[in-house]
Design a protein around this ligand. Structure first.
Ligand SMILES: [Zn+2]
Length: 112
């Protein structure tokens, strides 16, 4: 990693940049004299990976299961990323008229 500005040869300042939605900070090197700056590769890569893992929003249709019961499917991506299993218990709560929250029971150590 360069510590001198390639434009004016001044010492670069290390600055942590907070990215919205990410815990990791991207590290940048900024020149105090001119406006040169660069991002440190590893740290910015971590931020990008972290953002990629942030909440999923999937559009789904409600299906009819039986006379008075409706359901939704969990697609393969959801099943895999949450390690859902057939017969597993989940808690459903309805905080308001526009949200259904599903909470997965804490998994036993042996299932990890
Ligand atoms: Zn400079």
């Amino acid at each position: 990693m360069k510590t001198k500005c390639p434009n004016c040869n001044a010492s670069l300042n290390k600055v942590e940049v907070k990215v919205h939605g990410a815990q990791n900070k991207a590290i940048s090197y900024q020149c105090p004299k001119c406006d040169y700056f660069e991002f440190e590769q590893n740290s910015s890569q971590k931020v990008i990976e972290e953002l990629r893992e942030t909440p999923l929003k999937i559009r789904q249709n409600i299906i009819k299961l039986s006379q008075d019961r409706l359901g939704i499917y969990f697609n393969q991506n959801v099943v895999r990323s949450l390690s859902l299993k057939n017969g597993e218990e989940i808690y459903l709560s309805v905080p308001d008229k526009r949200h259904i929250v599903l909470e997965i029971k804490e998994k036993e150590e042996e299932y990890k």
